[in-house]
Design a protein around this ligand. Structure first.
Ligand code: ADP
Length: 593
């Protein structure tokens, strides 16, 4: 249906009512006026008839016909009235216009009939004498209680109509003027009524656009004031609710975006409902808006897609681990649960993803570590067991054999002891590192390194390796002396162990901005490039035989690494196979561990 403005509805209705009222009033006034005019004229005619009657006493007979006719004609001309005198037989006695003798019988004229019956009568009808409509009035002529005739007075309707027409014109003009005035007034009133409604409509449009800042003005029309008040209240409620929803949504988004776990909600059709930033980061999704998009478009990982499809299909809690291929393979633990609405209907699935790469790595490291320890310990224990069994079974062995076996036993128990010592040292350093509890003090680095060199004198002499210290004698730094000594001793021990006979080891101490650097340089076998990144791992050995023969546990460099970390420093190895290696320990001078 075509809509109209309220003004266009009210104003034409008003106009129609006004026009109908004016036409009705005009019509009623016109009819009443005509009736009034005719009754007034009839009254005038009655007076004239009565006056005439008073002049005729005793003369109303055929004998006085000529005199009466002359009287009728004289009076009729002077008053512009037709006067007719009629005998009881209906014969015309005298007439102001016609010749009575030739006029037809008037007894049947309605007004004459009434008058001859003794009453006054009036009527409007066509005159065959004057050829026009006339208003007639007739009264009885009574003598001695008897009706002896009738006097009829007539006036042309044209005169009455003329007078009435000029009045009708005035009434019509008055009606038109009133209609125009009323139309203007109704337009003003219509505007006055519609303005508050239009204002309310404009205000409601603001509300619909979510602009609740400006309230509706309260109109002075009671019903509209109530409506405006209700609309204002409704807008305030809506504003509060929208603010609450926005607040809750922001809160939820903050929670979701600060979650470490990836979160993904998908509806039953496989379209994304929500996805947090951790999830986007995990899968390298750059799209800012993912809501409503099909999962297939956003997630490429087939394992995850399969998992979600399975989760939707099964309608149960599901769990799996999926791998994310890439330069560094990552592992995600995935939990899927069902999303249900208030009616308990299945709306989709919620998937929470945990990056367990580090946990897996640690788990693997732990497993590897245990396997390594077991392996490291098993070798000397097997050897010890074999010696003990041999000694037990061969009771009559000679003293040399027994001595050989006892030497082996001593060596293997030393080895076991070394492994356990190193493991204990490592775990103590790790513990101190974790708790940041290493005790620091001012240490004379040169003195400390001199002690190390002295302690390794036996080994270096045995391998004819010359150890040279390059250090400013007074050089000191803040460090844990026993840990630093242990690190330096391990590096020096390795340098001697993996040097060729007659080789040279240089210990060089220098300073670089806020750090001090201890370099242990040898010209021994060196380390192939592919091993360099792994030699600081526990039990990692490049040459297992050489390491074992020289009593190595495979834990020395791991200990050095953790001592460096515990001081807030680093250690690195550079090497050229066949030419030698350089181990660089870099620690902060002021011991900012
Ligand atoms: P190990 O007790 O076997 O010496 P480390 O942890 O001290 O254990 O060293 C790990 C491995 O790194 C050694 O087995 C050895 O192969 C290699 N390595 C360490 N230092 C040197 C060095 N100065 N020259 C050559 N190889 C070395």
């Amino acid at each position: 249906m075509r809509r109209k403005r309220i003004l266009h509805k009210i104003f034409p209705t008003y106009l129609l009512i006004i026009l109908i009222s004016i036409l009705g009033a005009g019509g009623y006034i016109s009819i009443s006026l005509r009736e009034f005019y005719i009754s007034k004229t009839t009254k005038d005619m009655e007076i004239r008839a009565l006056f005439l009657m008073s002049q005729l006493r005793g003369n109303f007979t055929l004998n006085h016909r000529d005199a009466l006719d002359a009287l009728c004609k004289t009076l009729g001309r002077s008053t512009s009235t037709r006067i007719t005198m009629i005998l009881p037989s209906g014969e015309v006695l005298a007439d102001s216009y016609g010749i009575p003798q030739i006029m037809d019988n008037h007894g049947e004229r309605p007004e004459v009939k009434e008058a001859l019956a003794g009453r006054t009568g009036s009527s409007i009808h066509y005159s065959r004498i004057l050829y026009e409509d006339m208003l007639y009035f007739a009264a009885p002529v009574i003598e001695k209680g008897e009706v002896i005739g009738a006097i009829r007075v007539a006036q042309p309707m044209a005169e009455i109509n003329e007078a009435l027409n000029s009045l009708y014109v005035k009434i019509a003009l008055g009606g038109v003027f009133t209609a125009v005035l009323a139309a203007i007034m109704s337009l003003v009133v219509s505007r006055w009524i519609s303005r508050p409604i239009v204002m309310m409509k404009e205000g409601a449009e603001h509300f619909a656009r979510g602009e609740f800042g400006e309230k509706l003005r309260i109109p002075d029309i009671e019903e509209l004031a109530g409506l405006a008040d209700m609309l204002n209240q409704m807008a305030q409620n809506m504003d509060e609710k929208i603010r609450l929803v926005i607040h809750e949504r922001n809160e939820r988004e903050v929670i979701l975006s600060s979650m470490q776990e990836g979160l993904l909600a998908v509806d039953v059709k496989g379209c994304i409902l929500t996805m947090n930033s951790a999830m986007k980061k995990m899968f390298g999704i750059r799209l800012s808006e993912t809501k409503g998009r099909p999962l297939l478009e956003v997630i490429r990982n087939i394992d995850l897609r399969r998992f979600i499809a399975q989760s939707i299909k099964s309608g149960k809690l599901t769990e799996a681990v999926i791998a994310l291929p890439g330069p560094e393979e990552r592992f995600l633990q995935v939990h899927g649960s069902i999303l249900r609405n208030a009616e308990g209907e299945n709306m989709g699935t919620l998937t929470v993803l945990n990056d367990i790469t580090r946990v897996r790595l640690l788990e693997n490291m732990r497993k590897e570590f245990i396997a390594n320890i077991s392996h490291e310990i098993k070798t000397p224990i097997t050897s010890i067991k074999a010696c003990v069994e041999t000694l037990r079974d061969e009771g009559g062995a000679d003293a040399d054999t027994i001595q050989r076996f006892l030497d082996i036993l001593a060596r293997q128990t030393d080895r076991l002891n070394n492994i356990i010592d190193d493991l204990l040292t490592l775990s103590r350093i790790e513990w101190l590192e974790e708790k940041s509890e290493i005790k620091l003090e001012e240490v004379n680095i040169c003195d400390l390194l001199q002690v190390c060199i002295l302690e390794s004198k036996e080994k270096s002499s045995a391998r004819k390796v010359e150890v040279i210290l390059k250090c400013d004698p007074g050089f000191s730094a803040v460090a844990n002396p026993s840990l630093l000594e242990q690190a330096a001793a391990n590096l020096l021990d390795n340098a001697i162990k993996y040097s060729k006979e007659g080789g040279t080891v240089i210990i060089d101490v220098s300073r670089e901005s806020a750090d001090f650097i201890i370099k242990v340089i040898d010209n021994g076998y060196g380390i192939a490039r592919e091993h360099l990144s792994r030699i600081f791992e526990r039990f990692y050995r490049v040459d297992k035989d050489r390491s074992r023969q020289s009593g190595g546990t495979g834990l020395g460099l791991a200990i050095v690494k953790h001592i460096a970390y515990a001081h807030g420093g680093t250690v690195r190895a550079d090497s050229t196979p066949g030419k030698g290696s350089t181990f660089t320990l870099r620690l902060p001078i002021s011991g900012s561990a």
